[in-house]
Design a protein around this ligand. Structure first.
Ligand SMILES: *Cc1c(COP(=O)(O)O)cnc(C)c1O
Ligand SMILES: [Zn+2]
Length: 410
C-alpha cells in the first residue's frame, strides 16, 4: 500500500526511518519523505486518477500515508476557474484561478496539508496535535482534530483576525495567544515539540504536512487537461506551497502523466513582509528575516522555513517575485470579487495584486496559460475590506422609496 521508502535529509542525504521529526541530527537540514517510484508507477495512471475519489486523495499513491486517510477525506479537488473577466482587465487571454477558498472542511488550502498531517499523527499514535499558525492552519488543525477525536492545542500570534480565532475555538481546540510575531510563535512551538509528546502539523510533522501541498499542483495539471501551465503565481508565507506546486508538476512529468514542464513560478508577498520577494529582486540566495508590518496576517512570516528553497524554485523555473502594499492587496480582493465572483482573503488579494503587477511588467505572453493561486476565504478577513464600503442605504418597504433611489441603483 504505502509508497514511502524512508525519510532523508535534503542537505546531507542522511536517511531516517519514518518518524515524526523534521530536522537532520547531523546538519540541521530539513527532512523529506522519499518514495519508491517503481511502486508509484504501478499505482498511478491518468485513468486511475480520473476514476476518483473526488478529492485530493485521488493522488494517494503520491502521499506519505501507510494506510487510507482517516480525516480530511473530502479535502481538495477544488474548482479551477477560467477567469475571462479578470483576464480581460489584465490583458491575459488564458487566465485561471485555482480556488481553494472553497476547500473542505475549513475554506483554505491548509485543509490539504492538515488532512495528511493529522492522518499521519493518528498513524504515529499521537493523542494531542497542534500547530503554530497565522490562522488558516489553526482552523484546519482544530476542525480535523475534532473529526479525528484528537485533542488540539493551537498557538497563534495574539493579534490574529477575530474570525480565525473563533473559527478555531468553535471546534473545541485549546487556543493560546502568544505576544509577538508568527516567527516567535513558531520558534516556541519547536521548543514545545521537543519537550511534549504532541504532533505539531508544521513542526515535527512538517515533512508529511508539506507533501499535502503537492495536491494543489497535481490538480492544476489534471484540470488543465493533463498539462502544466506556463506560469503560476503563489502567495508565500512559510514558503512550502510554492516549492511543492513546482515539485508536483515535476513529479507528474517524471511519471509521464504530462509532458515536459516549463512552468515559471512567481512568489507573491506584501511589501510589509517580503523576505522572499526582496531576496529574489536583489539576487540574494538567502533570506534576510524581516519583522512583518501589514494588514495581511496569513502570509506574514518574516523568517520563512522554506524561504531558501522558494528562492531557488523561483529562480530555477525562470519566474520572479513581487510584493504589493496593503492598499493594493485590498484592491486585489475587490478586483477578483467584482470580476469573477470569488471572495478571497488577504493572501488572495496579495496574489491578484501581484499578478496584475507582473502582467503590467510584461512578464506573461498574452496567450500564455497563467494560474492564480487563491488559497483562502474572504469571509475570514472581512475587517480589511469593511472600511472601504459605506453602510447600505436603508428604505421603508414601499415602492415610492424605491422610486426615490432607483436612479442610483440600476
Ligand atoms: C498558509 C497560507 C499560505 C502560505 O503557505 P506557505 O506554504 O506557508 O507558504 C498562503 N495562503 C493562505 C491563505 C495560507 O493560509
Ligand atoms: Zn543532514
Amino acid at each position: 500500500m504505502s509508497t514511502v521508502q524512508c525519510m532523508q535529509c535534503r542537505e546531507c542525504g542522511e536517511q531516517y526511518e519514518k518518524q515524526p521529526n523534521h530536522v537532520c541530527e547531523y546538519c540541521f537540514g530539513p527532512l523529506e519523505v522519499v518514495y519508491d517510484w517503481d511502486k508509484i508507477k504501478q499505482q498511478i495512471t491518468r485513468e486511475k486518477v480520473e476514476r476518483g475519489p473526488d478529492s485530493m486523495w485521488r493522488y494517494e499513491a503520491l502521499l506519505p500515508l501507510d494506510s487510507p486517510p482517516t480525516v480530511g477525506v473530502n479535502s481538495g479537488l477544488t474548482p479551477l476557474v477560467r477567469a475571462h473577466n479578470l483576464g480581460k482587465k489584465l490583458g491575459l487571454n488564458n487566465l485561471w484561478v485555482k480556488n481553494d477558498s472553497v476547500n473542505s472542511p475549513t475554506l483554505s488550502f491548509k485543509d490539504r496539508v492538515v488532512s495528511v498531517a493529522i492522518s499521519k499523527a493518528k498513524e504515529f499514535g499521537f493523542e494531542v496535535v497542534g500547530c503554530a499558525s497565522t490562522g488558516n492552519l489553526a482552523n484546519s488543525v482544530a476542525a480535523q482534530a475534532a473529526q479525528a477525536g484528537l485533542r488540539a492545542v493551537i498557538f497563534i500570534p495574539a493579534d490574529l483576525n477575530p474570525a480565525k480565532v473563533m473559527g478555531t475555538q468553535i471546534y473545541g481546540a485549546k487556543v493560546v495567544g502568544v505576544t509577538g510575531t508568527y516567527d516567535d510563535v513558531n520558534r516556541l512551538c519547536s521548543e514545545i515539540a521537543a519537550k511534549y509528546p504532541w504532533g505539531f502539523a508544521n513542526v515535527n510533522l512538517r515533512p508529511f504536512y508539506g507533501e499535502g501541498s503537492k495536491t494543489y499542483g497535481y490538480e492544476i495539471a489534471e484540470q488543465l487537461g493533463w498539462r502544466a501551465p506556463d506560469h503560476v503565481v503563489v502567495p508565500v508565507g512559510g514558503a512550502s506551497l510554492i516549492t511543492k506546486i513546482h515539485k508536483a508538476l515535476k513529479e507528474f512529468e517524471k511519471l509521464g502523466l504530462i509532458s515536459e514542464v516549463h512552468t515559471k513560478m512567481y512568489a507573491a508577498q506584501t511589501t510589509g513582509c517580503a523576505p522572499v520577494s526582496t531576496a529574489v529582486k536583489n539576487g540574494w540566495e538567502m533570506i534576510r528575516p524581516v519583522k512583518p508590518n501589514t494588514i495581511d496576517k496569513s502570509i506574514a512570516i518574516g523568517n520563512p522555513a522554506d524561504g531558501y528553497y522558494a528562492i531557488q524554485t523561483v529562480n530555477k523555473s525562470g519566474g520572479y517575485a513581487e510584493d504589493v502594499t496593503d492598499e493594493e492587496l485590498v484592491a486585489g480582493i475587490k478586483l477578483l470579487a467584482e470580476t469573477e465572483g470569488i471572495f478571497t482573503e488577504t493572501a488572495g488579494g496579495v496574489t491578484v495584486g501581484v499578478t496584475k503587477k507582473l502582467a503590467e511588467q510584461g512578464r506573461f505572453g498574452k496567450d500564455d496559460c497563467v494560474v492564480i493561486s487563491v488559497t483562502g476565504q474572504g469571509l475570514k478577513t472581512t475587517e480589511v475590506v469593511a472600511p472601504t464600503f459605506d453602510e447600505p442605504v436603508v428604505i421603508s418597504p414601499t415602492l415610492s422609496d424605491v422610486d426615490r433611489i432607483a436612479g442610483t441603483l440600476g
